[in-house]
Ligand binder design. Structure first.
Ligand SMILES: Cc1cc2nc3c(=O)[nH]c(=O)nc-3n(C[C@H](O)[C@H](O)[C@H](O)COP(=O)(O)OP(=O)(O)OC[C@H]3O[C@@H](n4cnc5c(N)ncnc54)[C@H](O)[C@@H]3O)c2cc1C
Length: 385
């Protein structure tokens, strides 16, 4: 999310240095869903049309049951009056960062340093001093402000000794991607499908060239076993038996957390994105929440830098975005997980009946979509003074 902040600040003429530990931008398959308000925000920078041309417009999302099929289908067009882009865009996260990199390269006052790792951060009343390591050598970088958007293991957050409060789930999540065309075999499949099951829930997400299937994996299974061909094929065959083995293209196994930093700001250093809060991926709120942080923070920094606004405005960023991370992002994703994995048959039926009722009523369906698309969260943030 550091790149989004760099873009907003850089486009406004601020001198920015992006420090990236890796040799290049990550091409890993991570987030793949852009929610409507995120698309609205990115449109101001000419990014949304480019992303749409490289992604898939998902008009519908589904809640399914692995045995029964579709429980409820939601039509994102119900959000027409709420947003400019009433759909979810299924598009790989790396396409966004690549498009931003191209724009940043054209800005002479923005510098991007790759293979450069932040090692320590200190600050005085009017400057931030970071020490970065590049090719085995340490060197200082000084700035007026620093945005720590260095991910879940944030060196910035650790340098500031900020607690990362929350939990780590005992199970890990496995994402398998395959070129198998599920839509030819599972009736009425949309591009975004949350499939509940008391034994093994899953999420089926389409991106332009493949399907991604997300499964939980029991804590007691070793990484080697979970990632083995035998176990991967068994999972895919349980979901949809096929005579042939599945061709898989990527496998990612990762720990899942619900954590929020105790502070988002200390003086001139401010946390954003995964450095500030992390959550399970059910609902696609990690990357989107990070973009919302970066936009909120950068626009406030511009007011401080150019309009002489008080740095107290940066505390408002913390109040707004930390509240949303706790009350909304973590609460919604935790609830999504509880519902998709529910084992009690009575509660499962109750949830499914509720979903059917909501989806059948356009007023309730719109309210549901406003929440799941993070529109309510952004309006709530704006209401915090
Ligand atoms: C498998 C997977 C699937 C996901 N699916 C979704 C989804 O469907 N929808 C969704 O919204 N979110 C999803 N997410 C979450 C989403 O990818 C993250 O929320 C998002 O990448 C956060 O962006 P960020 O910039 O804050 O952190 P990151 O993307 O982690 O970027 C941090 C950057 O900082 C760099 N860095 C780290 N330490 C240092 C240092 N000391 N010095 C310099 N640079 C450093 C890293 O190299 C990295 O490039 C998923 C995540 C994973 C792992």
């Amino acid at each position: 999310m550091g790149l989004v902040a760099a873009l907003v600040l850089g486009k406004a003429g601020v001198q920015v240095t992006v420090v990236e530990a890796a040799a290049q931008l990550s091409m890993d398959l991570r987030a793949s869903t852009f929610h409507p308000p995120t698309l609205d925000m990115l449109a101001a920078y000419g990014l949304t049309d480019q992303l749409v041309s490289q992604g898939l417009v998902a008009r519908y999302t589904q809640q399914r049951d692995r045995q029964e099929g579709v429980i409820a289908e939601f039509d994102m067009q119900l959000l027409k009056g709420d947003v400019d882009h009433p759909f979810r865009l299924q598009c790989e996260q790396w396409k966004l960062t690549e498009l931003i990199r191209q724009q940043l390269e054209a800005l002479p006052h923005v510098t991007m340093l790759f293979s450069t790792k932040v090692e320590s951060v200190t600050q005085t009343a009017d400057k931030v001093n970071a020490v970065v390591a590049c090719q085995g050598e340490s060197r200082p970088i000084q700035a007026d402000y620093m945005i720590g958007a260095d991910g879940a293991w944030s060196a910035t957050r650790r340098a500031l000794d900020i607690e990362f409060e929350g939990i780590t789930y005992p199970e890990r999540f496995l994402v398998i991607s395959t070129d198998f065309e599920y839509a030819d075999h599972l009736p009425r499949l949309s591009y975004v499908n949350y499939c509940s099951d008391p034994e093994e829930w899953c999420v089926l997400l389409r991106v332009p060239t493949l399907w991604r299937v997300l499964f939980p994996t029991p804590a007691e299974e070793s990484d080697e076993h979970v990632m083995s061909d035998e176990a991967v094929q068994a999972r895919l065959q349980r979901l949809l038996p096929q005579a042939q083995p599945y061709k898989t293209l990527h496998r990612t196994l990762y720990k899942v957390h619900q954590r929020v930093a105790k502070e988002f700001r200390q003086g001139r250093v401010i946390l954003a994105g995964d450095a500030a809060h992390i959550n399970n991926p059910l609902g696609g709120m990690g990357m989107n929440g990070g973009v919302h942080d970066a936009m909120n923070l950068s626009l406030k920094l511009l007011q401080v830098i150019y309009q002489g606004a008080s740095t107290d405005l940066l505390d408002l960023y913390e109040r707004q975005r930390r509240t949303i991370a706790i009350e909304y992002i973590n609460a919604s994703t935790a609830r999504n997980k509880r519902e998709i994995e529910e084992r009690d048959p009575v509660r499962r039926k109750q949830t499914q009946d509720e979903l059917r009722t909501i989806a059948a009523d356009p007023v309730q369906a719109r309210a549901y979509l406003r929440k799941s698309s993070m529109i309510d969260a952004l309006e709530r943030a704006e209401s915090i003074a």
